[in-house]
Design a binder for this molecule. Sequence first.
Ligand SMILES: [Zn+2]
Length: 313
Amino acid sequence: MNYIVFDLEWNQPQDGKHSAERELAFEIIEIGAVKLNDDLKLVSKYQQLIRPQVYKEINWRIRKMLALKPGELSGGKSFLHAAKDFFKWCGEDPVWCTWGTQDLTELQRNMAYYGMEPLSAGPIRYMNVQKMYGVLCGNDTQSKALETAVDELQLRKDVPFHRAYSDAYYTAKVLAKIPEEIRNEHAAYDVFHLPENRKQEIHIESPEGEGLITWGYADREKLLKDPHVMTIQCGKCGGVTVKTAVRWFTPNNRIFYAAGICKEHGCIAAKLRVRKNEQGLFYGERKYNYVDEAALEDLKQQRREASKKQKSK
Ligand SMILES: [Zn+2]
């Protein structure tokens, strides 16, 4: 297997416009990467500057952070040329690894802007090393900075931070400290391209339960009324629909909760997060987790509070 750990640097204009109003919010100006073998040992390095074509003025903060010399970027390749070169270096079917969730998305957004063939027709399974490091630390909700992880793991800081190559290099060093179990059980999915139909939806199995990433719905209400998404089933019984214990409710209209009870396997807590993708389609990220009675009672209490709040409005 080929692991490609990569990091991007990008520029964004400072004209006060919101990034959502732009066709290209972040223009990639540097790609840095390392290739790892099956044992997560470094076998090759990649570093490429990219000549800006959309936003030619580099934001001063970015210039300062990257310590760019005047004229340094104009010697870079065009994005198209650089991306093709990069993918050739990556080889066939790499496992993408990044620190956080943004790099893989921005890479695809820049590719789409230049009309390149998509990296994949649907979601991409990848390794979010930041998230895996969070799991290793026993806290997967808080996102740590790469340098914090490097310090905590007491890794040698032998190259300066904040250039694409060095950040990829340190991300690879952190990845090498993640046990195989965590790497296998906590894969991430990039959904720049959503599943195109129900058959291609993503099902994720884990010891705690299971996850689903749905395909895209033009209408949010359709998603929230689709029995396929909203029916609680027990995976351990082969997907049998279970008795509802807590009906769906939401405290914020973004995350929805419910619970069911399987006679064999106990309480199942359901959580559905509704998101909107680049193309304006709505999709759900749903999780079923096997929980204890106390967690079920807690959920019932939350539902009562949410409906009280609704009534008082
Ligand atoms: Zn069951």
